[in-house]
Design a protein around this ligand. Structure first.
Ligand code: GLA
Length: 335
């Protein structure tokens, strides 16, 4: 089967969820045809993060983000906004006074509100959903939230504040809390606790984003099911926001694999099939499944966590041809 044969993913899953891909200014060119054929939603990989859009207090850089938003409009795709508040890829000035010391809460909030008004306002009508806060929950230990400059300055309240600002800037937008290790029972329960407390405070939050940076070996399907059920019990919308299936276990450091062998591709096909079967069971709660890329020629996993190592996490290969996993999904849905 070549890339122009077989159903488009977006048609295969049209009764289930939107099918998205993370893109950047290069991949909308190099993967443009594949994206237009198979996907009906995009997310900017980096270009809408705070540090990319707002490098200096008095300077915004919209050229690349606008290009991606234009690609979505031109192709009639939906677009997710990613991400308003994160502890990474933010600008230092946001947290600092002129002398470099940590600023105060009022200043931080005023800056955040100005940023959110400007950015969310600019893409109103194009972006229907925002990751308002990304990765605020601590992976380990008792603490609910990870320590960051956000918590240092404002405690945990910055989360509610960001959602309120985003809602004011675009009352129509769906607002998400987004995180990884989302199926890990400890972290899952913390995410649940955080979001439940936001709901109890009347904070405008509409969904939970499961990043879904997974592998052929992790997570167990039972853990995925339990996480979906727990999050859905809050009555919120769910999305998979950054799906990829690494061919390596997270702690596997091997660097000798030059190309995935048929057995590995078969394993990946089986994994994709069982994951999508499960996701379809919960399609009344899940609105969208976004891959963190589109085809194996470009993935952030080529460098992470092992620098310089190639990975093959997607349904399409380096030439944008369907992999065995694609065929298995077609069979599973149509068969
Ligand atoms: C996190 C972020 C994404 C991206 C990935 C790595 O999941 O949410 O924006 O940076 O890490 O590519």
């Amino acid at each position: 089967m070549n890339a122009s044969e077989g159903p488009a993913l977006k048609e295969l899953f049209q009764d289930d969820f939107w099918i998205g891909a993370a893109v950047n200014p290069l991949t909308i060119l190099t993967q443009g045809r594949l994206l237009a054929r198979h996907f009906n939603s995009i997310t900017a990989e980096n270009e809408m993060k705070f540090g990319s859009l707002h490098p200096k207090e008095d300077r915004y850089e919209f050229v690349e983000a606008d290009r991606l938003a234009g690609f979505a409009r031109k192709n009639g795709m939906k677009m997710r906004g990613h991400a308003l508040v994160w502890h990474n890829q933010s600008s230092d000035w946001l947290f600092q006074n002129a002398d470099g010391s940590l600023t105060d809460k009022e200043t931080l909030y005023a800056r955040l509100k100005e940023h959110i008004d400007t950015v969310v306002g600019r893409y109103k009508g194009t972006i229907y959903a925002w990751d308002v806060v990304n990765e605020a929950v601590a992976d380990e230990g008792e603490a609910l939230l990870r320590n960051s400059r956000w918590t240092e300055i404002a405690g945990g309240e910055f989360i509610a504040q960001a959602f309120r600002y985003a809602h004011d800037a675009d009352p129509e937008a769906q607002l998400f809390y987004n995180d990884y290790n989302e199926t890990n029972p400890t972290k899952r329960d913390k995410i649940y606790t955080l979001v439940r407390s936001l709901l109890e405070q009347g904070v405008p939050i509409h969904g939970i984003g499961l990043q879904a940076h997974w592998s052929l070996y992790h997570p167990e399907l039972d853990e995925l099911r339990a996480a979906i059920e727990k999050y859905a019990s809050l009555g919120l919308r769910l999305q998979l926001t950054e799906l990829d299936l690494s061919v390596f276990r997270f702690d596997d450091r091997r660097t000798d694999l030059m190309k995935p062998d048929p057995a590995l591709l078969e394993l990946q096909a089986v994994r994709y099939e069982s994951i999508f079967r499960l996701l379809r069971e919960y399609r009344s709660s899940i609105d969208s499944v976004t891959f963190w890329g589109a085809a194996d020629d470009y993935t952030w996993l080529d460098d992470f966590p092992v620098k310089g190592r190639k990975n093959w996490p997607f349904l399409f290969d380096e030439q944008h041809q369907p992999k065995p996993a694609y065929a298995r999904l077609v069979e599973a849905v149509k068969g």
